[in-house]
Design a protein around this ligand. Structure first.
Ligand code: NAD
Ligand code: RM4
Length: 256
């Protein structure tokens, strides 16, 4: 029960990495706020997650609000405070990666990616941090960045800068929020099989290539990222701030 008594907000928690993290946080005793886009599909998925969590006597609520909207952070914090009375952990996970070539990148695809992955995240982190500061007992903020914060990627010129941005945001927020006991870290997943890359990895050659580049010999699963998120959220990591944790099966270090 590493997170007993804590309230955890996770954005993009209706599926993929966010869903696995939400479930593990609840298993570890946290009360969870499931952030999702507010679409019909997102709402349905969030409700099914609440049921899964309730099945082991965990507590969760859902808040639907577009991650790109600068007001979403305020809505998530209000939802958490109304339901559970506090915000102790904020996990910024929502993200998109509509794979596209650079020279003909449509402006709207670029702007949607940056607004969803980074601009909305900035204001959400700010909202969560202000709530934690006002509570006066510290907290933990975790950004789901990526291995792509450190290296470039084909068809990802719009995406990798957002992941580098989140990584950098956590470093600077660690300085800004350290005096309030609020720790800020990022996890850098490698290639995790989820909806975000389902089409990209439907190409069997690409799938075999990414798998062969990974020393642990397999792609990641959402659950592989949940433990590291719980660790950074928990008091086990009480002196860890401004750090980033690769969760990539060794992909990053595998030059040759
Ligand atoms: P996913 O597509 O399964 O999940 C993305 C989540 O973000 C979903 O819950 C989705 O509803 C939510 N989301 C998307 N747009 C949103 C919006 N406008 N408003 C609110 N929510 C929105 O993919 P995933 O792999 O679980 O991605 C989660 C995070 O992990 C992303 O930030 C992604 O960049 C990051 N990541 C993924 C991988 C990977 O290989 N899968 C690797 C590194 C980092
Ligand atoms: C990650 C990384 C993965 C890719 C996903 C979409 O950050 O680049 O390889 O599949 O994004």
């Amino acid at each position: 029960m590493l997170l007993a008594g804590k309230t955890v907000i996770i954005t993009g928690a209706s599926r993929g990495i966010g869903r696995a993290a939400a479930k593990e946080c609840a298993r570890q005793g946290a009360r969870v706020v499931i952030g999702h886009s507010g679409s019909e599909q997102g709402t349905e998925a969030a409700r099914s997650l609440i049921e899964e969590i309730a099945a082991f006597d965990g507590q969760a609520i859902e808040v639907g609000s577009d991650a790109a909207d600068p007001d979403t952070g305020d809505r998530l914090v209000a939802g958490a405070v109304n339901a559970f009375g506090s915000v102790d952990v904020f996990v910024n996970n929502a993200g998109i990666c509509p794979f596209h070539s650079f020279l003909d990148m449509p402006r709207e695809v670029y702007l949607k990616t940056v607004n969803t992955n980074l601009n909305g995240a900035y204001f959400a982190v700010q909202a969560a941090a202000n709530q934690m500061k006002n509570q006066g007992k510290g907290g933990a903020i975790i950004a789901v960045s990526s291995i792509s914060a450190l290296v470039g990627g084909g068809m990802q010129t719009h995406y990798t800068p957002t992941k580098a941005g989140l990584h950098s945001l956590m470093q600077s927020c660690a300085i800004a929020l350290g005096p309030y006991g609020i720790r800020c870290n990022s996890v850098l997943p490698g290639t995790i099989a989820t909806d975000i890359n389902k089409d990209d990895l439907a190409d069997e050659e690409k799938l075999a290539y990414m798998t062969s580049r990974t020393p642990l010999g397999r792609l990641g699963e959402p659950d592989d990222v949940a433990g590291p998120i719980v660790f950074l959220a928990s008091d086990m990591a009480k002196y860890v701030t401004g750090a980033s944790l690769l969760v990539d099966g060794g992909l990053f270090v595998n030059l040759q």
